[in-house]
Design a protein around this ligand. Structure first.
Ligand SMILES: Nc1ncnc2c1ncn2[C@@H]1O[C@H](COP(=O)(O)OP(=O)(O)OP(=O)(O)O)[C@@H](O)[C@H]1O
Ligand SMILES: Nc1ncnc2c1ncn2[C@@H]1O[C@H](COP(=O)(O)OP(=O)(O)OP(=O)(O)O)[C@@H](O)[C@H]1O
Ligand SMILES: [Mg+2]
Ligand SMILES: [Mg+2]
Lengths: 258, 258
């Protein structure tokens, strides 16, 4: 119980936040208790779940800096079974402030471990910024497993090997039990060959770690955040929402056999 | 002469690298002497111009760390009038190594200033990573002006105010003459309302700082990097290339009246 997943990829704009929000919502929709931690100074996951910037005085920076106990930073979202810890631009300060501290990589892990005793959640998802800095390090150290959204584009594929090296490094020096949960193909556009090529390449090189479910490019998915709700609520029948619901089911199946 | 531009936006995947490569190519095509500096540890601009990862022993990390003199790190690209300084993942080290140094924000600026005496280039473009860390700080401190690619999506618009605050902060503490060159709307998809809304919003709030030229979403643009050449060479007739050529012309016009 209470397995922790980092949603990470240093390549920008690959669908980390969109996957974190919609996978969390899909899992909550089938009754699992989910906590989403927004660890990106941009605070997109917090906005995508409708929490105003003015309403984020207790946030993931307060948790990582040790100012606040994690259970005091958790709040309910509009979605049943889905709680969130929001993010603000204060997180930018964490990169500088933590750099000299010995335990800089373990700040989040310590806080999440203190939650473990309460066993409130089935899964905890952490949305990471597009960088391999101290924030992503904290997420990878606190995680049992890494979920990697991979946009079906050439530059995104190029960055994958660097991400895998970083996961190995974190495994060696910070978190020996860190695993790769899987690669999720996102923004697949059936109208162009490039998506097909990237998907084939990924499956050829990474085999079964690539989820069967592919998330299509679907404008309804990118419209949802401006309404402060996940795509699954904004338009549950669109191709993007159906895909995220299938991803949640596949995710649960993989977990139960793991 | 020798004006320096940082191509920056902490939001990931908004078209920084694609704009840096294709604007640089468009400017070089009309005879201007251009230097492109890849300051992203992902090294996408270097890959997009066809330079293998194995051929990057002298790079922007060697420049920023002071190991190499900037003029020894410059090399010719396949494009006439376009030179490049490549990037490797070594740049990730710069974030940690420079943090304690007083002059951490001025490393690139000092090196570029030493180039000024030779007056070899009309424009220098710096491709930034998706973060507001030391690398982007170095680019903003070395720059005369900032070019901001803005993807026509909701999350991208949300990040703009944070970027403007950062530019102001850099202006106050590091580089008083830093200006905003302009905002370039990218990946505009005429098939959906969201693009239209974001473009209208941006023009309403930012007025004339938004370039007239809008870059459309065009799959040929995203195919070009896998061939190691700019879209302008890969398919000069596609809508993306035509738009980048128009952007280069508008850029030159704006410069000559400035
Ligand atoms: N399946 C999809 N179809 C269409 N648009 C999508 C899809 N997934 C994500 N998007 C849009 O693409 C953009 C990038 O996605 P998102 O912000 O989730 O990526 P990210 O990896 O979290 O970015 P960053 O690196 O900045 O954190 C967003 O504007 C989002 O709305
Ligand atoms: N006009 C366009 N039409 C279609 N695809 C595009 C366009 N511009 C960029 N892309 C593609 O979108 C993706 C993101 O673009 P790019 O990598 O240039 O953004 P970036 O801001 O540099 O990303 P990062 O934040 O990771 O540095 C790339 O796969 C690129 O090929
Ligand atoms: Mg994100
Ligand atoms: Mg880039």
């Amino acid at each position: 119980k209470q397995k922790v997943f980092a949603v990470a990829n240093q390549k920008g704009g690959v669908g980390k936040t969109t996957t974190a929000i919609n996978l969390a919502t899909g899992l909550a929709a089938v009754g699992l208790k989910i906590l989403l931690i927004d660890l990106d100074p941009q605070g997109n996951a917090s906005t995508g779940l409708g929490i105003e910037k003015s309403d984020r005085s207790i946030n993931s920076y307060s948790v990582i800096s040790g100012e606040t106990n994690i259970s005091d930073a958790i709040r309910k979202s509009k979605i049943p079974n889905l709680d969130i810890i929001v993010a603000t631009v204060d997180l930018l300060g964490a990169e500088i402030e933590l750099i000299d501290q010995d335990q800089r990589g373990y700040k989040l892990d310590k806080q999440i471990k203190s939650l473990k005793k309460q066993l409130k959640y089935d899964f905890i998802l952490i949305d990471c910024p597009p960088a391999l800095g101290i924030l992503t390090l904290n997420a990878l150290t606190a995680a049992d497993s890494v979920l990697v959204p991979l946009q079906c584009e050439f530059f995104a594929l190029e960055g994958l090997s660097q991400l895998m090296k970083t996961v190995e490094m974190v495994k060696l020096s910070f978190n020996p039990s860190l695993k790769l949960e899987g690669i999720i193909l996102t923004m697949f556009d059936k109208r162009n060959n490039l998506s097909e090529q990237v998907a084939d390449d990924a499956r050829k090189n990474l085999g079964a770690t690539v989820f069967d479910t592919v998330i299509p490019r679907n404008v309804r998915v990118s419209e949802a955040p401006s309404h402060g709700i996940p795509a699954l609520l904004y338009d549950h029948k669109c191709s993007g929402s159906v895909a995220y619901m299938n991803l949640a089911k596949e995710f649960i199946e993989r977990e139960s056999v793991a």
